[in-house]
Design a protein around this ligand. Structure first.
Ligand code: CO
Length: 298
């Protein structure tokens, strides 16, 4: 749990995250390359003097989260529903924000369901609120619109250099009586789906996180591990960032070895049975909740 220290860095991370998401909204259009868009957003973040808190996630249609462009990714946006999830890190302080872009023109209700759920949830981000109550509000709004909240994805606390800390902020009524405390920094992220509302991991992962550092057998793996600990440490990273330095073959072998050794964990894309929308903000819990990632266009 975070209490508000380094507030200026938290605010700065939030502002840059909001700007990055606004920038992403201009780039995610039909026929654009998912890979190029990802790299442009990440370049935008570094151009502002920050670093990505995690690789840009552009998850289309049935994919709720964790789709990150892999090296040479040839995906071109079609008439799809695209969840854009962006994280920005400034001196360890993190802004985490997401929105959904409907390129099909058919899912505006689905997109507004997660947005409305987020807006209502934010009003509850005050000291003393039981987190189950936030889940209940999200669930009620999304189900009233005829969609399913995704029950096995949740919002989360944020800490310095840590994207997912306690408490988990549910998207359904878990009856969890854990109370929010003043000054906590949390990300609230409702997902609405036309499917079951339960996601499953599927396909190859291009996003990873570091578990624990220990000696590895091969020189390749040890060099890649050195890069990971030096550049990203506890923050997630992607295959793309490593192939830039080591090429595709070495990177693939090294990542496989690090996974087998339990040093890194893969985070494969998360699929639902239906189309998914998402909305997310990073918030400081206060009597008047502070939205750190609020866009100036919002
Ligand atoms: Co998040």
């Amino acid at each position: 749990m975070t209490s508000v220290q380094n507030i200026s860095s938290w605010r700065k991370a939030g502002v840059i995250a909001a700007e990055s998401l606004d920038y992403a909204k201009k780039l995610v259009v039909k026929n654009a390359s998912l890979l190029e868009v990802s790299e442009k957003i990440e370049e935008f973040i570094t151009s502002k003097g920050a670093v990505p808190a995690f690789p840009v996630q552009l998850s289309c249609d049935n994919i709720a989260a964790h789709y990150c462009a892999y090296p040479g990714d040839e995906t071109i946006f079609q008439e799809q529903v695209v969840c854009v999830d962006v994280g920005v890190c400034v001196d360890g302080c993190i802004g985490d924000t997401a929105c959904t872009i409907d390129l099909s023109g058919k899912y505006s209700e689905l997109v507004s369901a997660s947005r409305q759920a987020l807006n209502s949830a934010i009003k509850l981000c005050t000291p003393g609120t039981e987190i189950g109550i936030i889940g209940r509000a999200v669930q009620e709004i999304i189900t009233a619109k005829g969609f399913s909240p995704i029950r096995n994805l949740s919002g989360h606390g944020l800490d310095k250099y840590t994207i997912h800390s306690e408490p988990q902020i549910p998207n359904v009524d878990t009856k969890d009586s854990t109370k929010l405390l003043e000054g906590m920094i949390i990300a609230v992220e409702p997902f609405a789906s036309t499917g079951t509302g339960i996601v499953k991991e599927s396909g190859a992962s291009s996003v990873f996180s570091l578990n624990n550092v220990k000696p590895v057998r091969s020189r390749e793996a040890s060099q890649v591990l050195q890069l990971i600990t030096k550049e990203w440490n506890s923050l997630p990273f992607c295959t793309r960032w490593i192939t830039k330095k080591f090429g595709i073959g070495t990177t693939a072998r090294a990542l496989r070895e690090l996974m087998t050794a339990g040093i890194i964990t893969a985070h494969p894309p998360l699929f639902d049975t239906g189309i998914v929308s998402q909305a997310e903000h990073t918030i400081i819990v206060e009597e008047k909740p502070i939205i750190l990632t609020k866009s100036t266009n919002e």
